[in-house]
Design a protein around this ligand. Structure first.
Ligand SMILES: *Cc1c(COP(=O)(O)O)cnc(C)c1O
Length: 456
């Protein structure tokens, strides 16, 4: 409970733990760019280290947390499930949490998504959706359909299939020789629209290259995969719902599936329960994870239609079944956490309250548009991003070697706010239990951090 506990844990950690998405040398205790921070407890939007110092988790611990750390309702539900059944394999067996969760997800999702397949993380959900789409076309004897169309600047996870479908160079480039070949269509990311061009007009313009690719490759393409409305890992770039509507029409026209990766944007992040709702579309596959358990336990789900399901339903000897599994598929504890999370959505005015919070966030960040080094402030509901630039007039970017975002991270940690910029983009994706005062603290600290990081 003191400095020595803190430093003891850091030393023991660095002796054995290899951290995700990390250049471990950044934690070198001799001169850490990012000092390792052991966390002893969480409460609401706050994380607390072993010195009692608190950090406002403005990014919801990698976009997973919805209703606060150590949320008592979700915690209590998991505890009671623990005494009943911790796990049973979902092949040949079932349990109430998986049944109830499937009933509720299919009720909440766009109408027609009637089937749920489970895994433990987002990347696995992407692999499942891709395999199911491919396998569907095999089962209906369209055997040439074996490729996927993805958007530039997209992100779908880190396993080899998911990595191939994504498009963020930083994560992908070195592994390129291992990855399947995908067809890439330009992102409808509204940051790139011409001066004076409306988001709607830009969306109509950007569907054209996608339509051309669909037309050219319809015979060999299984599915188009997109992150609806926000390309989160791709610098929080955002686009308009009209693009999704046009994309759905194009996929129907050319006989190609649409996979909606709602892993980051699902569960209220963009202002509706699912981002697809804003375009009134139903994808053929919808991938969910991250917020699904309120940030408590690893779980993902792939929702799909009766039509897809039916193509796998046949005599055993037809060998049409989807023989994919993970050891912890549909884990009862994780499903229980998800049910408790959905129960909060059902019993509290979460979406309406988020509207108030996101409106406040919008007002508090609006004036940053005039900042000397801010080129864009954009928001979809509870995701707000501030893009930095070296020279607004010339469009010159900060050299990535300078690690300006790291300076903001460091400033934030010193001042009790966890900000984790992606490149030169500072963003907020806070838990929904954040208060107005906490939003003010979060934004004020970020602005000071931006000033600090851009002052020379
Ligand atoms: C995080 C993320 C994934 C991958 O999920 P993991 O659980 O980290 O494997 C996939 N797609 C999107 C849009 C994500 O944000």
């Amino acid at each position: 409970m003191n400095i020595s506990t803190q430093s003891d844990l850091i030393a023991r950690d660095l002796a054995h733990v290899w951290h995700p998405c990390t250049q471990m040398r950044d934690h070198d205790p001799a001169n850490p760019a990012m000092p390792m921070i052991p966390i002893r407890r969480g409460n609401g939007v706050w994380l607390e280290d072993f010195n009692g110092k608190r950090y406002l988790d403005s990014i919801s611990s990698w976009w997973t947390n919805l209703f606060g750390h150590a949320n008592p309702r979700i915690g209590a539900a998991i505890k009671s499930q623990l005494d009943q059944l911790e796990h049973v394999m979902l092949a040949g067996f079932t349990h109430e949490p998986a049944i109830k969760l499937s009933e509720q997800l299919t009720k909440l999702a766009p109408a027609g998504l009637t089937r749920c397949f489970y895994a433990e993380n987002g990347s696995a959900a992407i692999e499942i959706a891709a395999k199911m789409s491919f396998h569907f076309w095999q089962n209906v004897d369209k055997r040439n359909k074996r490729r996927f169309i993805t958007l530039t600047n997209s992100y779908h996870g880190e396993t080899l299939g998911a990595l191939a479908l994504g498009n963020v160079e930083l994560y992908k480039q070195i592994y390129q020789p291992l990855l399947m070949d995908v067809i890439s269509a330009p992102s409808p990311d509204c940051f790139n629209r011409e001066v004076g061009e409306t988001e709607a007009a830009y969306s109509h313009r950007m569907i054209e290259p996608m339509r051309t690719l669909l037309q050219q490759h319809a015979d060999e393409v299984c599915a188009v995969i997109v992150e609806p409305l926000v390309q989160c890992a791709g610098n929080m770039r955002m686009y308009h719902p009209i693009y999704l509507k046009l994309l759905r029409q194009a996929c129907d026209e050319f006989g190609v599936h649409l996979i909606a990766d709602e892993i980051a944007v699902g569960f209220g992040r963009t202002g509706t329960l699912f981002a697809c709702e804003q375009a009134s579309i139903r994808p053929d596959f919808m991938c969910l994870s991250k917020g699904l358990t309120g940030g408590f336990l690893p779980l993902s789900a792939v929702l799909t239609t009766e039509q897809i399901y039916a193509a796998f339903y046949a005599e055993y000897t037809s060998l049409r079944a989807f023989l994919h599994s993970h050891s912890y598929t549909g884990n009862p504890l994780a499903c229980t956490a998800a049910l408790a999370t959905l129960d909060i959505f059902a019993t509290e005015p979460v979406i309406a309250n988020n509207q108030i919070l996101s409106e406040h966030l919008r007002k508090r960040t609006e004036s940053l548009k005039d900042h000397l080094h801010v080129v864009d402030v954009r928001q979809h509901g509870m995701i707000c991003a501030i893009e930095l630039i070296k020279n607004k007039a010339t469009g010159e970017q900060y050299d990535w070697h300078e690690r300006r975002g790291l300076r903001i991270y460091q400033y934030g940690m010193q001042h009790g706010v966890l900000l984790r910029p992606i490149g030169n983009v500072v963003y907020f994706m806070p838990p929904y239990v954040i208060t107005i005062d906490e939003i003010n603290l979060m934004v004020d600290t970020a602005v000071q951090g931006i000033n600090h990081a851009t002052c020379e």
